[in-house]
Every structure is written in structure tokens, then in C-alpha cells.
Design a protein around this ligand. Sequence first.
Ligand code: UD1
Length: 483
Amino acid sequence: MRFPVESLPKLQLCGQSLQSKFRVVPEDRAITSHLSIPSSYTPPEEDKTVLRIWGKQPLQGQVKISGAKNSALVIMAGTLLCADDCRIRNVPDLVDVSRMGEILAALGVTVHRHGDALEVNASHIGQSKAPYELVSQLRASFFVIGPLLARLGVARVPLPGGCAIGARPVDLHVRGLQAMGADVQIEHGTVHAYLKGGRQRLQGARIYLDCPSVGATETLMMAATLAEGETILENAAQEPEVVDLANFCRAMGARIRGAGTNTIVISGVPRLHSTDYSIIPDRIEAGTFLVAGAITRSEISLAPVIPEHLAAVIAKLRSIGAEIHADAPNRLRIVPGQRHVATDIKTLPYPGFPTDMQAQFMALLTLSEGNSVITETVFENRLRHVAELNRMGADITVKGNLAIVRGVPMLSGAPVVATDLRASAALVLAGLAADGVTTIQSLQHLERGYENLEGKLRGLGAQLGRFDGETDLPIAAPSSVTV
Ligand code: UD1
């Protein structure tokens, strides 16, 4: 059954109201039919909304940490493995989650949101090809290739392309699927993967990943759940979101052991079954709020959190002089400590210091006494926020993948441009601590990954709001990005 595009509910994307061009996921509304994908795609107009922050307001209070974005995205892809209903709870309301919902919908899956839960039914996957317009906007959507291939024996997913932080190739995903017996060709920018020689299932294999890629580990783990025999992933990623995905797959009946170590063993099963699963709290959102407490010298309490997921971030915060207390097993509190001093940071795969916290920490180190060296080893182009922080009075020099941060006594508010998701968060943090007003452009990055960041900060006492960049009139933040 086809719906005309005009009849679809409005979709809130990038702070603008767009007409959804794919099957949408309205609040409390069942979606049961497959929509056709329109032939023409009109990119959203450039959004002129800015976020204005009046700095130096003391913060205080409690923050509720949302579900992990990166778990939600890959677990949504993982629902393709199962022909029964799946419920995923604690799913954050984010633009990226909406986009993943649209991709599932374009493949023929029904997705229905009730509050923070998604109900997904992938019993009828009517399409093996993910639409380029959506995949190009959300790199994580490439991860559908593993479950699609495992379930249908064929998958066609456009190459996601580079993004603001680097080229981000998918060679490890492709080579792993080939090792499992898939024929994988790249034609006209699309990865075509098929089962060879009339086979019904992928074959278990021993796969060594050249680097512990989170996405490749997840793609191959999902593919292996339905393969024939045993798959061993060596040098696998150990991130908590990989473990969360493994737990979700196990809850559907998959046989996986070793997730959270560098060797994951998956014994394939013929089919997976329905489940009801709640995803872990977002360690990067929690880390961002800890830095908000540190940079504004405020007392902030966060829950729910899994403190061990934040071990590297907590250790670094303590090493600069911040005080952090674990008040309960799932609650952390940061209190204003002594003066902050410099420290060096090197981003690494988990359990090392996360690249997704590098920009936020850099904002904090700009105001810490002494010289800090930040080494970004995971992505090749993830220091673009340096120029923007320097506009606010920071003293940072970049040499290749190193940033040398010389602590300054104060930052001053300035107009700045957000260059990627975590860079946006860093600018918000810098704005909270800066003297005067900071105006941030390109808010679409922020909306991808932080659920109600402005509302949560306002609840702590921050003064910030959205304004029309052209008329300077105040505008309401999107209360929800649910599609
Ligand atoms: C995931 C996270 C992202 C985080 C990153 C590293 C999601 C949706 N995103 O991204 O927030 O910053 O992990 O913790 O979970 N690489 C290759 N070939 C490949 C795959 C990766 O060379 O086939 C390289 C990448 O270019 C990068 C490094 O491996 O330099 C790590 O990337 P990866 O761990 O795959 O990141 P993502 O899964 O894309």
C-alpha cells in the first residue's frame, strides 16, 4: 500500500519541520504499511537558528541521563534479525534515532514509539536496499548490512561516505562479511552483498579486525548470530555499546560470549525470537554533564549512570582536580574542587579515553592551569573545534593530530560555528563558562545526539535559548524530534 507524501505526519529534523518522505514513526501511532521511496529528495534548507548562552551562571541540581544513542542506533538495526515483535526501552528522542527509524521503515519494518519505548516488527522486510538519502545522513545506518544479509541473504547499502570527523571507511565490515561467505561488490557507490552459491546462511569464520572498530564488530556480530557454525571476532571492540548489542541479541536467543573483551565468539542459531530490552545510559551524555559541572565549578548529580563506563573520564577529571563522588551504584555527583590543572589526554578505543569526549575535555582544559597535550588517535579530522574555541579566547595550537592547550584565566563569549556533534557540546560547555554571550550556529549537529540538552541545562540554572539567526527573535527549542 502506498501513501502520498502529503498525507504523512510532519517530521521534525534539524530544528525544522519537514514533510517525512519515508514511513514515519508518530507517537502512539501504529504503522503497518510499507511506503514507497520517493524518486526525488529535497535536502532541508539551511537552518538559521542559533543557540545563545549567557555564561558564568552557576549550575546546580540533578540531571536524568538518557539512553545511549550509539546503543539505540545499532540495536534498532539489530531488530532486523528477528521476525517477531521487539520492544526497546530507554530509547532517546534524537534526530539520529528518527533517521534510523526512517531507514527501517524504508526497508519495510514497522516502528512505533510509546514514550521512550520503540516497538519494532521486522516480520516483513520488503526491501533489501537502504535508501542513499538516509544512509548518507547517518553513518550508523550502514550497520544494517549485517542483519539484512543474515536475514535475507542479500543486502544493498550505499557507502555512507566521509563525515565531518574523517573519511570513515567500511573495509573491515566488508572484509568480515566476505570471510563469512558473502559475495560483496561495490557498484555505483552501493555495497551489494549476496550469499554465494545458493547458500541459505552465512558461514561462521575466524575474523581478525585490523583495528577494533565499533561498527565493524557490531555488523559482524549481528551477521554471525544467524550464521551456520561459530564465528570468532578477534581484536574486537570492547565498548559498552557492543556489550549492550550482544545482550540484546542474547535476549533474542543469540549465542554470544566474550562481548566486552577483545575476542567475541558467536555460535549461529537458525532464528531469533521476540524480546523486551532496555538500553544502557549514555556514557557520553553523562561525561558531558560531568564536564559541565567541572567547567562551571558547580555541583551536579547525574543518574542513571554506569560509573565503570566512565572510568577513563572520571580518572582524567580527578587528575585535573575535580571531585567526583559515587553517591549510589548508579549515581555520580561532581562538586567544585580545587583549581584545575593541566593534564594530557590520548583518545583510544574503550577502555581508553573516548574520542567522543575529546572536544568537551578540550573546552575544560582551556581553563585549566598549565599546558595540556591532547592526542586524537581514533579519527583523523577531529580537531575542528580548536579554531572555534580559540575565537572564545582559548590558546590552542594544532600539530597534526596533537592539540597543545595552554590554559587561560578566562574565555569570552563569541559567535561560533559547531562543526560536528561533540564539537557542538564543547562549544556549549565553553559558552557556559565564558564571560558574556556565546552564539552557536549549525545546531543540527547537537540535535543528532543530545536529548533535550537545552532543557536539561536550563533545569540546572543555565541561561540559554534559541533565536532566529536572521530576525534575532526568540524561538522555542524542538521539544521532540520524534518521527
Ligand atoms: C562508533 C561510534 C562513534 C565513536 C566511534 C569510536 C556509533 C554509531 N558511533 O563509530 O560515536 O566515535 O565508534 O568510538 O556507534 N575504520 C576503518 N575501517 C572500517 C571501520 C572503521 O578503518 O571498516 C576506522 C575508522 O576510520 C576510525 C576507526 O576505525 O578511524 C574507529 O572507527 P569505528 O570504531 O568503526 O567507529 P564507528 O563505529 O564508525
